[in-house]
Design a protein around this ligand. Structure first.
Ligand code: ARG
Length: 299
């Protein structure tokens, strides 16, 4: 396959070029939103039936109706912001499929499939890949263990890639070869922050927020060097998965309990939108985990 151009990395198609974009126009200078395209999976079969991260306790009851109501609210917030949301059919026996961010990585219309570490989630990789193949996307089946956008986040012309718990360094290399872009490997060291998207949020192409103690000393140095103006998020906000947030460049969907982070966002001109995801937190995920961004191939 041919490598997409690096310029296709950015999701920053100007919102004004797209229908419905008027709901996204920024009214003040500073952070500005762009229209996004998301894939989500309803938590129809959601339950905590196994434990593969420290948040999960199989003996703790989950309420699928509450999970579904929270998920629907999240989807409606995206729709109200003018974003497009597509939905993949959930499959019985795959309770974690609601965490769509792990299902793939989509950059410039090219899909890099997920290859899950734990056997319980492995069938999700082909299920998500099939969704894309069926819709005519160019897909690339990963040869190395990776958990999609859970660990690989686009920040401008750079991909930030987590490792240490789930996604392998080999997958970072594979992605680099596939996309022809810089992939910055970042080692995670705290098991509560087992995916990069639990410890770091991309707010805008050159702006991130993160919780330094989740990273190895080398990764902290890399982040400090590349993002000297990053929002540094404290332990309390990180511990409610406040960093598992979704930004469209202006609006940031965030766990309501992450109150200090919300203040920090406001100070920078972002508009935090608190959306409760407490039921989905029992599986170790929040808003971002439930949201896979589909970045189109740009003309
Ligand atoms: N129970 C899931 C797991 O441990 C949660 C995944 C959360 N997703 C995310 N993007 N962080 O794999």
């Amino acid at each position: 396959m041919t490598s997409p151009s690096t310029s296709g990395l950015s999701a920053d198609m100007p919102g004004a070029d797209t229908p419905g974009a008027d709901t996204l126009s920024a009214d003040v200078p500073g952070p500005s939103p762009t229209r996004r395209h998301y894939l989500m999976c309803p938590p129809t079969y959601y339950a905590v039936t196994y434990e593969i991260n420290p948040w999960m306790h199989a003996d703790q009851a989950t309420d699928t109706a509450v999970a579904l109501a929270q998920w629907e609210r999240l989807r409606d917030v995206y729709l109200d912001l003018g974003h497009t949301v597509e939905v993949i059919d959930p499959l019985p026996g795959l309770p974690d499929m609601v965490y769509a961010a792990n299902g793939a990585m989509v950059v410039a219309g090219t899909v890099y499939s997920a290859s899950f570490l734990y056997p319980q989630r492995q069938p999700e990789g082909p299920a998500y890949e099939r969704w894309f193949t069926d819709r005519g996307y160019e897909t690339f089946t990963a040869q190395h263990t990776n958990e999609g956008e859970g660990d690989m986040l686009v920040a401008g012309d750079l991909v930030l890639a987590g490792t240490g718990f789930r996604t392998s360094r080999e997958a970072h290399e594979e992605l680099r070869g596939l996309l022809g872009v810089e992939v910055l490997g970042l080692e995670l060291v705290d098991p509560r922050y087992y995916h990069l998207d639990t410890a770091l949020t991309v707010l805008a192409p050159g702006e991130i927020a993160y919780h330094p103690p989740a990273f190895s000393p080398e990764a902290r140095e890399l982040l400090a060097h590349r993002f000297p103006d990053a929002v540094i998020v404290g332990a309390d906000d990180a511990a409610v998965l406040g960093l598992n947030a979704v930004s469209d460049g202006k609006h940031v969907v965030v766990a309501p309990a992450a109150t200090r982070f919300a203040d920090q966002l406001r100070e920078r001109g972002y508009a935090p939108i608190p959306v409760p995801t407490t039921e989905l937190l029992k599986g170790g995920g929040g808003a971002k985990c439930c949201t896979l961004e589909i970045r189109p191939r740009l003309p």
